[in-house]
Ligand binder design. Structure first.
Ligand code: ATP
Ligand code: MG
Ligand code: MG
Length: 387
């Protein structure tokens, strides 16, 4: 399996877990990111490129060492990727055109609407002025969500406009960024599905999961989602249809809102492994990182490889977020997880900072109740370690 070298733009935790999966298959990986980044820390097989994944020269240097390029982040220089792909004739997956569409959250929405995928009603903000936002407020109603079109993550480009009085503050908060607005979505749950697409265009869906956010950052993932089988299936089909609209191959994370009337709307799509798919490392036949490596290198993806390991597998993923009060305070959670049977701790080699994702814990049980009891101990909410 060692014939192809995969170049990865971005060396954060997703890159790190891609490296782990690739190495098990003797697939070599070369990383483009700052020196010492999490993916480089565990990969001494090759000389990596120290630089930015937004820099054309660095991307060209990476391409020289690789047979295929991929990304662990969508905020890359797409034009440079296109040039490199033409000049070197090595494939880039996901396709640069897909990354371009997705990295602007508003063009992503337009694309999905054009392909009949249900999304939250959205409008482009033509000018960052109070008048323009007042018009939008009058048409979408309050509250509405103002979002930066690009470079957004962990809710850092979002602002809830509660009333016309909040417009000035919203404009100050999002400064000079290119913006769009979304109707407020009174969801009952947030769902997500990882979907992997082969180079032939066949798609495989991982189970539908439920994500719980705190302060706009993913806090917990329940796999499978605690909803009816038919709703899980409906979410899975919506996610698969959304991913089928993007040519090229690789894994995609599809975030969705479940409304009180059981309607489902796509929130956004990530063209890469995704936080909501970390549970797959311990709970599925093949994890999301290996699925992506297999897809972009053309390795086999047999039927059922994206399924939960057994029919009664239940999992919870807990993100480890940098403690806001005590430096490294979050390690107390990891310590309790290490004491807990069937819990696995993943730390990313990142310096702890408040609100930064520094690791995650996967808890696997034969029922959700069992996984929940373990979670309660790990979070310090119950005193005794469940069996
Ligand atoms: P990510 O880290 O997932 O890339 P992001 O910065 O791109 O995050 P979004 O996914 O757009 O942000 O929004 C973050 C969270 O804010 C959502 O998971 C959801 O909880 C809430 N949210 C987003 N859009 C809406 C909306 N239109 N109505 C209500 N809540 C919303
Ligand atoms: Mg996002
Ligand atoms: Mg999101």
């Amino acid at each position: 399996m060692d014939s192809k070298t995969v170049g990865i733009l971005g060396g954060g935790q997703l890159g790190r877990m891609l490296v782990e999966a690739a190495h098990r298959l003797n697939v070599k990986t070369v990383i483009l990111d700052a020196a010492g980044s999490p993916a480089k820390q565990i990969n001494a097989l090759d000389e990596h490129i120290d630089g930015s994944f937004k820099d054309a020269d660095s991307i060209a240097k990476l391409a020289k060492k690789c047979d295929v390029l991929t990304v662990e982040i969508e905020h890359v220089d797409v034009s440079a990727l296109e040039l490199v792909s033409k000049a070197s004739s090595i494939p880039v997956y996901p396709l640069p055109e897909t990354i371009r569409l997705i990295q602007d959250k508003y063009t992503q929405k337009e694309h999905l609407m054009d392909h009949g995928v249900a999304v939250v009603e959205s409008v482009a903000v033509k000018e960052n002025t109070a008048e323009c936002l007042q018009e939008i407020g009058a048409s979408l109603g309050y509250p509405f969500m103002l979002k930066a079109r690009t470079m957004a993550y962990d809710g850092r480009g979002n602002y809830v406009v509660k009333s016309a009085e909040g417009i000035q503050e919203a404009l100050t908060f999002l400064d000079n960024r290119s913006l769009y607005a979304e109707k407020w979505c009174p969801f009952t749950k947030e769902l997500a599905v990882m979907v992997v697409r082969t180079v032939e265009g066949e798609v495989f869906a991982y189970p539908t999961v439920e994500t719980i956010h705190q302060d706009n950052i993913c806090h917990l993932v329940y796999a499978p989602a605690r909803i009816s089988d038919s709703l899980r299936e409906k979410a899975s089909l919506l996610a698969q249809n959304a991913v089928k609209s993007f040519p090229g191959c690789g894994i995609f994370g599809v975030e969705m809102f479940l409304l009180p009337n059981h309607e489902l709307l796509v929130n956004e799509i990530a063209p890469r492994p995704h936080n909501s798919g970390h549970y797959t490392i311990d709970a599925c036949v093949t994890n999301q990182f290996e699925a992506h490596i297999r897809a972009v290198t053309g390795l086999p993806m047999p039927k059922n490889f994206a399924k939960l390991s057994t029919t009664n597998t239940n999992a919870i993923m807990l993100n480890i977020i940098g403690d806001s009060n005590t430096h490294n305070g979050e390690l107390a959670i990891c310590r309790r997880a290490l004491e807990t049977p069937n819990a696995s701790v993943y730390l990313y080699g990142k310096e702890s900072k408040p609100k930064r994702k520094v690791g995650h814990v996967n808890i696997v049980g034969s029922s959700m109740e069992e996984a929940e009891a373990k979670l309660a101990y790990i979070l310090g909410e119950s005193a005794s370690i469940p069996e």
